[in-house]
Structure formats: C-alpha cells, structure tokens
Design a protein around this ligand. Structure first.
Ligand SMILES: NC(=O)c1ccc[n+]([C@@H]2O[C@H](COP(=O)([O-])OP(=O)(O)OC[C@H]3O[C@@H](n4cnc5c(N)ncnc54)[C@H](OP(=O)(O)O)[C@@H]3O)[C@@H](O)[C@H]2O)c1
Length: 289
C-alpha cells in the first residue's frame, strides 16, 4: 500500500487520502507531468478545479499512471477532485459546468469529489447548485459533493435546505497555523463535514518563522513537512501544491512526524488572520446585503 493512500472516512462512508496534490497555478503543460510523477511517487489524490484550467491535463496524468501498470494501478485507488466556479452557480449553469468537467475527466470515467468553489452568489443560486450536485451523485458520475470557502453562516443555510438529501462531505478552506479558523473548523467537525486545508504551506510565505524553524530543527524535517504534519495533527485533509519534482516525496513523507501539544502551541498563532489569497468565507448572505 502506498503512503499516499492513508485515508479518512467521509460522512458518506467513502474514503479520501489524507494528502492530496494541489494543482492551482499549475499550467496545463505542466499538470499532466507533475500529476503523473506524484502518482508514481505515491500520491493517490489530486485537487483541481474548472478555474485552474488544468482538469483535462490532471486526468491525462492519472490515465497515464493507470496505463503504466493496469494490473496494479487502479482508477478506484485515485481520488480526483474538481470544483464548480462562481460563474456557474444556479441549477442549470451548474449542471452544464459538471457535464463540462466530466467531459474533461472522460479518460478516468468519473469524478470523486465536486466542490462549489465558493459561496459568492445568492441563496437561490447556491441552492440550485446544490440540487444539481445531488442529482450527479444519484447518477453515479460524481461520488461525493462538498463546498469550498463556506463560512458557518453558509453551511447553516445549506444544512437548512428543505430538500437537502446529501449534506456536504467536505469544506475546503484556507487553514494553517497563521489562519486557524478554530470556530469554523469546530463547526464543520460537529456537523460531520471534513475540513480540507488549502494553501497549507501558506504559499511558503511564512518559511523562516522562528517557531517553524525551531520545530523543523527539533524533528529533523523541512519547514514544509512540519506544516503538512500540523494539518494532519488537526485531523484535516491537506493539499500541498508543488510543481517541483524533488518536493513531491518530502511533502508526502510526513506521517511519522508526531507534533506534541507543546509543538502545536509554539507554532499556532490563533489571533493572526493571515490569508494568502481571497476569503469568501465572509461573503454576505442575502440578508446581509
Ligand atoms: N478552494 C480554493 O479556493 C483554493 C484556493 C487556493 C488553493 N487551493 C488548493 O490548495 C492547493 C495548495 O494551495 P496553494 O497552491 O495556494 O499553496 P501552498 O500549497 O500553501 O504553497 C505552494 C507554494 O509552496 C511551494 N512549496 C511546495 N512545497 C514546498 C516545500 N517542500 N518547500 C518549500 N516550498 C514548497 C510551492 O513552490 P513550487 O510549486 O514552485 O514547488 C508553491 O510556491 C492548491 O494548489 C489548490 O489545489 C484551493
């Protein structure tokens, strides 16, 4: 068994590898190659999005890996995620967007997880998108559904839909020691929604932080490895991105790092609000506009 297949179980009973390769800002001509190399290295989980413009290339990398050794490299051992972008909120637009993502995933047959990339629209559109998501699960073409960048208020809204059949399995949000989101993560946990940590390396912008450097020295590991181990210690799925082949293995080889309570306390900055990109978790509900 590859270390990349070490998994959590979602609220629908399906499993998800704890570490996934993020491929945001991974150009199409690079994505197929780095996804293939990641799978050869042992990764079993890839995080793409319609917005990243590399879905087809990610699936190309996956299908190339399966073709390498079809007797042992199985589609069902891979977890492939993509996301529906903000322009396609609403029932009809989301259906079309998912069809488009499925077409780009033709070589691998189905999508393991679809996320609504952010809550940035309105009640009617978010609701319509969720109804479309549920239909694709029923069709079997999408295995699990979830959201991204949802705050507590957006999750409360979703969980209160009168026609909710499938609650989200995942909320993918930016989380790291300088953006703890303790309340949101605790809320997700209380509702059985798994947190996926995006930008788990804080886009490498906090490398050199004295506590991080000290922990890297203490454990004899790299700073990136300590941050990935932090996400795992919190019970999150973690999505480090790299286009650098030599970083693939270190970013996966983290399961033996055991951070102590003291280590966590040293590293965590619960009062810092360090976002490295956008933050739609604060997007207003209709009643707040
Ligand atoms: N849902 C959303 O709204 C959302 C938003 C952002 C990200 N995401 C997902 O989360 C994934 C990860 O987030 P991210 O791409 O923003 O940033 P990240 O994973 O926090 O950081 C990536 C940066 O760290 C560098 N890096 C990777 N491993 C390293 C190592 N071992 N040592 C030193 N530097 C290292 C990478 O450089 P190289 O690539 O040059 O090696 C890259 O510059 C994305 O790719 C995407 O799948 C989702």
């Amino acid at each position: 068994m590859s270390i990349g297949s070490i998994s959590y179980t979602l609220n629908n009973g399906l499993t998800i590898p704890k570490i996934g390769l993020g491929i945001y800002k991974t150009p199409p001509n690079v994505a197929a190659g780095i996804v293939y190399s990641a799978l050869v290295t042992g990764y079993r989980h890839v995080d793409s999005a319609e917005y990243y413009e590399n879905e087809e290339d990610a699936c190309e990398g996956i299908s190339k890996w399966i073709a390498l050794d079809p007797a042992n490299n199985k589609r069902e051992d891979i977890f492939y995620t993509t996301k529906v972008w903000d322009d396609y909120h609403g029932y009809e637009a989301t259906k079309k967007a998912i069809e488009g993502s499925l077409k780009k995933a033709e070589k691998i047959g189905y999508i393991d997880l679809i996320l609504l990339h952010s809550p940035s629209s309105d009640y009617e559109k978010r609701h319509g998108s969720w109804m479309a998501f549920q239909e694709f699960v029923a069709s079997g073409k999408v295995k699990s559904i979830g959201v991204s960048n949802y705050g507590i208020k957006h999750l409360e809204e979703l969980l209160a839909y009168p026609d909710l059949k499938i609650p989200p399995a995942i909320n993918q949000i930016e989380v790291h020691p300088w953006l703890m989101r303790s309340e949101l993560c605790a809320y997700c946990k209380s509702k059985g929604i798994m947190v996926e940590a995006y930008s788990p390396l804080a886009k490498a912008r906090k490398f050199g932080d004295p506590a991080l450097v000290a922990l890297a020295e203490k454990h004899g590991k790299g700073q990136g490895q300590i941050l990935i181990a932090w996400s795992l210690a919190k019970g999150y799925i973690v999505l480090p991105k790299t286009v650098t082949e030599s970083r693939l293995l270190p970013n996966l080889d983290v399961f033996e790092i055991k951070l102590t309570e003291e280590d966590l306390a040293l590293l965590e900055k619960p009062n810092e609000y360090f976002t490295t990109g956008w933050d739609p978790t604060t997007y207003p509900l209709d009643s707040e506009k």
